[in-house]
Design a protein around this ligand. Structure first.
Ligand code: ARG
Length: 475
């Protein structure tokens, strides 16, 4: 955003002006301590939210008569100019002023004089920073929700033409039963729907106003907290001042939801990586998302999904970091909380970058239906269908299970699929088997038979896609 001035500030010689609390101190902090405690290098990112919060606070102060109208309009125009400077990148951040809040307040006072010094009436940086983070996070959540929708659209677009493409469904990564590729992809669409819901639920708890809590105990000024909440679009005010300035559970919840999104993406990545291996050859990911090897000319590496899988660890780490940050803090605000920002920002950045690249990549995934079909034919994926067939003809499920196990062993010995066994061979395992068995043993027959809600039958999958399309279009 802006650069940090390393120069000694103009007010260095004057201990009373050098620091907001300087009158209490006889020795200035060392350069090392100043650098160690300052947060401006990273919290400047909250600048526009800080100004947004200050504008609402000042407006309310003037409405209740704590600030004169002249002071308010000076503050308003001063802060607007500062916001412009910040957006243009011409604002110089000063390490001596520690954090984003003091940097902006100091610049405001330089510009407009004493009115700037009145802005902080009835407020503390403790409730100020908690407000800023909530404003920032609310905006980030809205952006991420939108991105999740785009990703879901891309997955739907990939699924739609592949309702009838059959692949092996796996359990334990062993061929289990045939499934529709679209059904498989729709499983991820469901996961991302829950991720979206989770974010919306968290948003309500993020969207509460801390201002008015002041340092920790509230304030004796007759502030109108509801008015500030209304001006900032908060749904309510935090009920307890100690809680308002100290807890960061809303950020932890968000990081937990973010980690889950990354974990879902990591699982999909793992599958794409496997599927792209020539052993599977189920998919090809567009060149724009792969890289070559500097030594092996034949290589095409799935770098993007691999990095996503790696970055899921990073985001999960931030969640752990924030939990540990919170765990031993007594009420109320402690400086520990300054450490909430970098993990939170990095979580938002990693997630938004990942979602953007991932959505583009999913639009460039090319399916190899015949490789999928071929793989589904291997590994006796319709064995359960044979067992179910026998049960429908009166055999108990346990007996059927045993009969099929023997038939599978026989086919394995002959090196063929169940569907390739002659009827007489099949009948040697159970007299109830008739010629209609062959339609049951095909992949298409197997898939079509699972037509209950949530099943992989093409009719169900088509309906699931249509329903999800409607849901996404409405959102
Ligand atoms: N930079 C601080 C933070 O990020 C702002 C609040 C500082 N409050 C205090 N009492 N030192 O948490």
């Amino acid at each position: 955003m802006g650069k940090i001035s390393k120069e000694i500030s103009m007010t260095q010689d004057d201990p009373l002006q050098n620091k907001t609390w300087s009158g209490r101190f006889s020795v200035p902090v060392s350069e090392a301590v100043k650098q160690y405690t300052a947060s401006v290098s990273f919290d400047q990112r909250l600048a526009l939210h800080d100004i947004q919060g200050s504008l609402a606070h000042a407006r309310m102060l003037s409405e209740v008569g704590i600030l004169s109208t002249q002071d308010f309009s000076a503050i308003e125009s001063g802060l607007t100019t500062i916001a412009d400077d910040i957006q243009r990148g011409t604002f110089t951040w000063n390490l001596d002023d520690e954090d984003v809040h003091l940097n902006i307040e100091k610049r405001l006072t330089e510009r407009i004089g004493d009115a700037g010094k009145r802005l902080h009436t009835g407020r503390s940086r403790n409730d100020q920073v908690a407000t800023d983070i909530r404003l920032y996070l609310r905006e980030s959540i809205d952006h991420i929700c939108q991105q999740l929708r785009f990703l879901q659209q891309a997955l739907l677009a990939l699924a739609e033409p592949h309702v009838d493409t059959i692949m092996p469904g796996f359990t334990h990564l062993q061929v289990a039963q045939p499934v529709s590729l679209a059904h498989h992809l729709m499983a991820y669409v469901e996961m991302f729907s829950r991720d979206h819901q989770r974010l919306l639920e968290i948003r309500h708890r993020v969207n509460q106003l801390p201002l008015g809590a002041a340092a920790l105990a509230g304030t004796s000024y007759p502030l109108r907290r509801e008015r500030v909440a209304e001006l900032l679009g908060f749904e309510g005010v935090c009920n307890n001042s100690l809680d308002a300035v100290s807890d960061r559970d809303f950020a932890i919840e968000f990081c937990s939801a973010a980690a889950l999104i990354m974990i879902h993406l990591s699982r999909l990545s793992e599958e794409l990586i496997l599927w792209m291996s020539p052993r599977f050859a189920f998919v090809r990911i567009g060149d724009a998302f792969c890289t070559g090897s500097s030594i092996m000319p034949q290589k095409r590496n799935p770098d993007v999904p691999e990095l996503v899988r790696g970055k899921s660890g990073r985001v999960t780490g931030h969640l752990m970091g924030l939990l540990m940050l919170m765990k031993a803090q007594p009420l109320a605000y402690n400086k520990d909380n300054q450490e909430d920002k970098e993990p939170l920002f990095d979580t938002v950045d990693t997630l938004t970058q990942t979602l953007r690249v991932y959505t583009d990549m999913m639009r460039d995934v090319h399916i190899n239906p015949s490789a999928m079909n071929q793989a589904a034919r291997e590994g006796f994926s319709t064995a359960t269908d044979l067992a179910d067939y026998l049960v429908k003809k009166g055999t108990t499920f346990r007996d059927a299970h045993e009969i099929v196990a023997r038939a599978v062993r026989h086919a394995e010995d002959l090196g063929c699929d169940l569907a390739d066994l002659p009827l007489t061979d099949l009948q040697s395992f159970s007299a109830s088997i008739e010629n209609d068995i062959y339609s049951v043993l095909t992949l298409e027959g197997s898939v079509a038979s699972r037509h209950l809600i949530g099943g992989t039958a093409p009719s169900r999958v088509r309906a699931a896609i249509a329903r999800k399309r409607l849901e996404l279009d409405r959102a």
